[in-house]
Ligand binder design. Sequence first.
Ligand SMILES: [Zn+2]
Length: 206
Amino acid sequence: MKVSMLKKSHDRLEFEVEGLTPGLAGELRRIMLSEVPTMAIEWIDFHKNESVLWDEIIASRLGLIPMAFDQKLYEMKDACKCNGKGCARCQVVFALKKKGSCMVYSEDLKSSDKGVKPVYDKIPIVELMENQELEFEATAQLGMGKEHAKWQGAIVGFEVSGKNNDKYKFMVETACGLSAEDVVKKSIEVLNGKLDDFTNDVGRLK
Ligand SMILES: [Zn+2]
């Protein structure tokens, strides 16, 4: 198998793999979409919401904000030592308190961990009119695209070429707080883990 890098930036990666099978290419794409853990807001405790938007609408907007985070510092909640209770290894809390008139943006979320924050500062959440107040605490955690699209790691496509149709050119654009390269690396790690499990299972067959 031969891999060549074609284009690389933080958000986008283009690379070509020679000698790949359609099954493996499809699996790699699927993992990038749905099995790379990313950080997103999962639930919100509203103390005050006097805006014109319902709690549920604000909650779904907050869920879609991509969050930058360090992969080495966070665990999936189910796999965490706290047994899913929630702790500093698997959860981040964002506090927000604003009074109108003003626009509430993603940058107004105050994080319990400086290393975890919205990728973009100016994502509008809701507009507050004169004296309207919005106050909540939001909890973010790692999740995967297969649970909900808000955790989708990337947008991924590939083209097939070559004499034997065995050249796959992948185009990956990050949709989360990780770089495109990190999404690809993590996907390969996940794929390798699956292949190891498979090899072990086969090893047990007699
Ligand atoms: Zn935990």
